[in-house]
Design a protein around this ligand. Structure first.
Ligand code: FAD
Ligand code: NAG
Ligand code: NAG
Length: 372
């Protein structure tokens, strides 16, 4: 690894921050430039809007994505073991829960991940929590036909983003809040990035990491990128478990937000939808679908949820999956890392390790095609 190199990461979402942290751990000098940083709230910044939980969407035909999700699961498990042993440590905002997946019909995906997660099991209708859910389900409403459970993580996303930034800073990473010009071509964006780092007292970068999420579409027009809008409702109280329910035309989830006494209820997947305004009809559907699954959160005076806020986020969808590759743009070395759709958190560690490898390769001199 060429240690004496300076890497400029564009973007401070979960993808950029995790990449920056692992690059700094490997000994690189790292600077981040981002228009939005942990603590900010904007429809252009996806990471704070996520649930989020570890719940793979990868199919067994996507080995790279499967591998990323498992690497992240193992990394977070080890992180939790470390945190549990030392209560003085800065908390990441991640916590392990029971995680239930329900299908109102047949199981619609292959459960390749079963051997990789802790305590995977099938749950029958004569077991809890199915007995209780069934009792609370109104007559004629769909019943759960299949269920599995395991141990999985939920992430307090605002806290985790701040944690990643803190960890990165402690490794010498510098964060500069600035917006690079969009629509004037890559060269203009790179020139702006260069002058921004130098006025902030850092040397010119040897390699760029492009972790701009959905912003990559505007930055120079990757037409394969598109928004997958998700609407969520934040309610009071921490659910006892993580729940995902896949029914006719919907995927509903309840994700406790560790340590904040609140839970994210969702959700929707609306392809090509850019609007940040929530739909009130969707809100009532989400609340109705969740009420049978998390009765511990029905603490409102009317017997319903205590709603804190309703919001939408735009997942960075990309035809063909995330773009992870190195490119030489007229002598400028770039590693692309964007388009993680609805899986940016569970992908993050595996994706960041690939970024580190691609950066290593970009900076390793090659000697033509000669075999050494
Ligand atoms: C409702 C919802 C639920 C979700 N649930 C989950 C879940 O349970 N599990 C999971 O793994 N994932 C989940 N996701 C997906 C996850 O949130 C995304 O995959 C992830 O946040 C993408 O992160 P990113 O770092 O690639 O992009 P972003 O977080 O969007 O970060 C992009 C960064 O690039 C910067 N940038 C862009 N353009 C420019 C520019 N021109 N100049 C300077 N900076 C720029 C931005 O300011 C920002 O810092 C969910 C998403 C939503 C919306
Ligand atoms: C990041 O990727 C987008 C999409 O391909 C591109 O338009 C943009 O120029 C890239 N930015 C950098 C700095 O490489
Ligand atoms: C968490 O929120 C619930 C619901 O509003 C409330 O009843 C409970 O007292 C809160 N617990 C803590 C520890 O704040």
């Amino acid at each position: 690894m060429p240690v004496d190199a300076h890497i400029l990461v564009l973007g401070a979402g979960v993808t950029g921050l995790t990449s920056a942290m692992l690059l700094a751990e490997a000994g690189y000098e790292v600077t981040i430039i981002a228009a939005h940083v942990p603590g900010d709230s904007s429809i252009e910044y996806t990471s704070p809007w996520a649930g989020a939980h570890w719940r793979t969407h990868a199919s067994s035909e996507e080995p790279m994505l499967c591998d990323w999700d498992i690497q992240t699961y193992e990394y977070w498990s080890a992180l939790l073991d470390t945190e549990n042993k030392d209560l003085q440590l800065h908390r990441s905002g991640i916590k392990m829960y029971e995680s239930y997946d329900y299908w109102d019909g047949p199981v619609t995906e292959d459960l390749w991940w079963a051997p990789y997660v802790r305590n995977f099991r099938h749950v029958s209708e004569s077991q809890e929590p199915l007995i209780s859910i069934s009792k609370r389900t109104p007559p004629r409403a769909p019943q759960i036909a299949n269920a599995v459970a395991c141990r999985a993580m939920a992430i307090n996303v605002p806290q985790y983003l701040l944690y990643l930034l803190e960890q990165s800073r402690s490794l010498g990473v510098k964060l500069i809040k600035a917006r690079l010009p969009v629509g004037r071509g890559l060269k203009a964006a790179l020139l702006a990035a260069e002058s921004t780092v130098t006025v902030n007292g850092r040397r010119l970068p040897d390699c760029y990491v492009n972790a701009t999420g959905l912003g990559a579409r505007k930055l120079c027009g990757d037409e394969a990128l598109y928004p997958i809008r998700g609407q969520t409702v934040l309610v009071k109280g921490e659910a006892n478990a993580i729940t995902t329910r896949i029914g006719e035309g919907h995927r509903t989830y309840c994700i406790p937000r560790p340590g904040s006494n609140s839970t994210i209820l969702g959700g929707t997947r609306e392809d090509g939808e850019w609007s940040e305004t929530p739909d009130p009809k969707t809100t009532s559907q989400i609340l109705e679908r969740c009420s049978a699954m998390v009765p511990e959160l029905l603490t409102g005076r009317d017997g319903g949820f205590e709603v804190i806020s309703v919001q939408c986020g735009l997942r960075p969808g990309r035809n063909g999956g995330p773009r992870m590759e190195k490119e030489d743009v007229d002598g400028t070395k770039v590693v692309h890392a964007y388009g993680h759709a609805g899986a940016g958190y569970q992908n993050s560690v595996g994706s960041a390790r690939l970024v580190r490898r691609l950066v290593d390769e970009s900076l390793t001199p090659t000697f033509g095609t000669a075999r050494l």
